[in-house]
Design a protein around this ligand. Sequence first.
Ligand code: PLP
Length: 456
Amino acid sequence: MPNKILFYSTNHNAPKVPFKDALLKGQAPDKGLYMPETIPRFTTEEIREFSNLPYHKIAYKVAEKFLFGQISSQVLSTITKDSYNFEVPLENVYERKYVMRLDQGPTASFKDFAARMMGRQMQNFLKEEKRELLILTATSGDTGSAIANAFYKLDNIKVVVLFPEDEVTARQRKQMTTLGENIQILGLKAKFDDCQSLVKQAFADPELDYLKLSSANSINIGRLIPQIVYYFYAFAKLSSGDPEEKVIFSIPSGNFGDMMGGMLALRMGLPVKRFVIATNENDEFPRFVKTGEYNKIQPSRNCISSAMNVGHPSNLARFVDLYGGEMDENGIVSKMPDLEQIRKEIYTVSINDSQTEETIIKAYKKHGLLLEPHGSVGWAGLMNYLKNHKEFDTEEQLCISLETAHPAKFPEKIRQLLQFDPTLPPSLQGLEAKQEAFDKINNDYISFKKYLQDNY
Ligand SMILES: *Cc1c(COP(=O)(O)O)cnc(C)c1O
């Protein structure tokens, strides 16, 4: 049996810790992000065997590789089974081009995958230690509702979610503000980046140590591991069986948590030809890969794929680390990653709002494929890649683009572009009638801190 996997900080100035500590802390004390010290691997044979397994069993196998010796197999099996009690459709579009719909969870966004498993893991460890945590998280829409729903009524955990009032849809807001119990929602007249900055200040404030704060944002390693799973799942289910086959994934990206899941899957042995990393007009990452120069976008640009309006992706330090570089929490690169290797493994492209809208119309008219703005950025990215790489634009090439939210979460956009109302999935029905409750605070740290001190 190999040794337990420990987790180090990307800033290299904090002790290595076991999974439990990385999970409960969120961010490392030196403000870096936790990464696994070794990346476990699957054999080709093991990956092939996934094709017969239900999703939750694949989730178990992936998580077990990282967590063995740190959580009992029975507990892990219960957690994965409870977390993944919904479908993960793989929709054929044309030839061997697919869309993986990660929108069937309780809040109809892909963030349910990570949040549900992380919440249950946290609850398990907190109960073991007989202690409590306060989760602080900033959301540009989907994280907040996924976290709020995933943690709703879990024991030993309270949650505070900050959201920019003008950047989330009414439905996204209602998915958070109609819960109550252990979930508190705070609205701000500010941008997502401002909300995220308040949360970061609270974490760094020693006067709030007594609150036992933890983050559930995409920087938490507990969210990253579950995001590896669907890449294995999709490949195993769709692979032709040819041992030489390699898949192309396209990932609509904002904070790059989803993409990091894919990158780790690749390191674990998944045969990926290319990752297409598609952003909206917040194109700091494509420019970085192209030029080697990193410049944040402040404030971030407001695009219709609102959950990807990120001017400085919180997972970027992990990505840089994976390629041998170093980037601190402010985006300062002290050591360049291997750009040549990056360009071999990923192709990255920025898709603007009008391309996003055109793609929604075209995909529907041409293929009957219904996309919302985020999934449209992913699909447009894939089409762009294939157009520029004719050698891979073949009938046999397996390509899988990720749809990260349900189209019914963006009814105004779909109605405007396609002139119909997408059908609501069962998880989103009945929201209108529920009572909303949330507090408002000013966009300054003093108000936020006082709110926390007065209420917790
Ligand atoms: C969060 C989100 C994304 C971006 O995911 P990252 O992991 O932050 O890159 C894309 N689409 C939707 C619908 C999201 O909610």
